[in-house]
Design a protein around this ligand. Structure first.
Ligand code: GLU
Length: 508
């Protein structure tokens, strides 16, 4: 038998912003498709019109653009198996619903919501199945004339899947192994509603996976309970031979490890659970996103890749290409993965370090412009190269190195207490005179001269240089001081130091 082409899909329902767990699901599908030279399909599952949220589809597309994960086929991309939006596939589904009805594998049910409610009150743990269906109002229990009359009068109905009890259902799952359940625990799921002429998730999902030739269904653990039903639907249609292989990914857990990750955890601990900021069209509420919080998409992807999978060694930082090579569904864990957001901060720091200085400078530049700083781009790159190792986020660069771009407006009290003691102002005044008269200014040349001069004065290097540093930076922090003087130049160096001598008392 020839190997089947790998085709996987990411099939979100546009019911709101894409949760970070959904991004992990999409990423695993992407890695798997790329590794096998297969196709990654983007399908929108929007058959539940009650839950449709405007803007959600656009949000999902924009999220993947930001993350740099490209689909091969689907909504917004096109392809041979379209349309890829389920709401545009109504006629296709109708045909398959009819097939199941004709073959007696599904039936019409006319029970009203009130009748169902009454039944639930009457029978504890009521389930619409082999034990109860003959007590209900459906095409199996009612005489044919009555069914015809109901249909002729335009009575709304749903189509239910006829589940035979006592059948062993096997779900072949690459992560969980062979999962077996007995069909008696399943209910006769609704597959179609005449009211909106739309199928439910289950039917549309199976028909589309079949027609789109999906080979592997990789999705969140929350869909595992639906998998036996999906297997039975495949069988009912006679599509066993092309049944996809399943892989149900582990749950994402709270950072503390107890229970499922929720938006509230993010709010409580200060991290987003969405890729992009989301503006709720109904409530106007704004939820934070990784992009707006200044995370690098590469860091988010690397972090998510390791939530439920590891490459089998200690390697943590990986390029997307490395992930594609190493990814292995059989190395995914069944156990939930703790959402250790602090690790993501670490990844962000690592990616800032390893990225080109110019690339980081491009991200930092608008933050400088916003503050009215008109520094040349090459000089911003220089500052980035000196200082990026000290930050976890690009925006933190401003607080860490603003003194490269503007003179201090105030002086840190603690630093003054420590270094602006008698005779600090004498040190700085004399150092200014020395620098002024020195034949050179470049750090590499003047540093040894200054060291020699301090020694000849029998002063302490630390005391002199830290006092000097406070005048240039505004605090006893920053890079090697001659990196800063090289950057701001002789004139600005002397101006800052002398300005401090004027505004600060002789000693604190
Ligand atoms: N529409 C489902 C969702 O929103 C898809 C589940 C599946 O992948 O089968 O996640």
């Amino acid at each position: 038998m020839t190997e089947r082409r790998v085709r996987v899909r990411f099939a979100p329902s546009p019911t709101g912003p894409l949760h970070i767990g959904g991004v992990r699901t999409a990423l695993y599908n992407y890695l798997f498709a790329r590794q096998h030279g297969g196709d990654f399909i983007f399908r929108i599952e929007d058959t539940d019109s009650n839950r449709f949220v405007p803007g959600a589809e656009e949000y999902i597309i924009e999220s993947f653009q930001w993350l740099g994960l490209a689909f091969d086929e689907g909504v917004g991309v096109g392809g041979d198996h379209g349309p890829y939006r389920q709401s545009e596939r109504r006629d296709i589904y109708k045909k398959y619903v009819q097939q199941l009805l004709d073959e007696g594998k599904a039936y019409m049910a006319f029970d009203t919501p009130e009748e169902l409610e009454a039944k639930r009150n009457e029978i504890a743990n009521f389930q619409y199945d082999a034990t109860t269906r003959m007590q209900m109002r459906n095409s199996l229990a009612l005489p044919k004339e009555e069914v015809d009359a109901l249909l002729a009068s335009g009575h709304q109905y749903v189509v239910r899947f006829l589940i035979e009890p006592g059948v062993e259902v096997h779900v072949n799952d690459l992560i969980r192994g062979n999962v077996v359940i007995n069909s008696s625990v399943l209910d006769d799921k609704v597959l179609y509603k005449s009211a909106d002429e739309l199928p439910t998730y289950h039917l549309a999902n199976i028909v589309d996976d079949h027609l789109m030739e999906v080979s592997h269904v990789i999705r969140g653990e929350e869909w595992l309970p639906s998998a036996p039903l999906h297997v039975l639907l495949y069988r009912a249609f006679g599509w066993e031979d092309t049944m996809p292989t399943f892989a149900h990914l582990p749950l994402l857990l709270k950072p503390e490890g107890n229970g499922k990750l929720s938006k509230r955890d993010g709010d409580r601990l200060g991290f987003p659970v969405f890729p992009l900021e989301w503006h709720d069209p109904k409530t106007g509420d704004i939820s934070s996103g990784y992009r707006e919080k200044d995370y690098l998409p590469e860091a988010v992807i690397n972090f998510l890749a390791l939530l439920g999978w590891n490459p089998g060694n200690d390697q943590e930082k990986m390029t997307l290409d490395e992930m594609i090579q190493l990814f292995d569904l059989s190395r995914c864990s069944k156990a939930g993965a703790r959402f250790d957001y602090k690790k993501l901060v670490w990844f962000n720091h690592e990616y800032i370090l390893s990225k080109d200085d110019a690339e980081i400078a491009r991200l930092f530049e608008p933050m400088l412009r916003e503050r009215g700083i008109n520094e040349e781009f090459d000089r911003i790159v220089k500052v980035v190269s000196l200082m990026k190792g000290r930050v976890n986020f690009v925006h933190e660069l401003w607080d860490t190195c603003c003194y490269f771009f503007e003179a201090p407006e105030s002086y840190d009290e603690k630093s003054l207490k420590k270094w602006w003691k008698e005779p600090a102002s004498t040190y700085v005044r004399e150092l200014c005179d020395f620098i002024e008269q020195a034949p050179v200014f470049a750090g590499a040349e003047i540093e040894p001269l200054i060291m020699e001069w301090i020694a000849s004065k029998e002063w302490g290097v630390g005391k002199v240089m830290n006092a000097f540093r406070v005048t240039l930076v505004g605090a006893a922090v920053g890079p090697h001081i001659f990196e800063l003087t090289d950057f701001i130049g002789k004139e600005e160096t002397l101006r800052r130091a002398r300005c401090a001598l004027e505004v600060l008392p002789a000693a604190i």
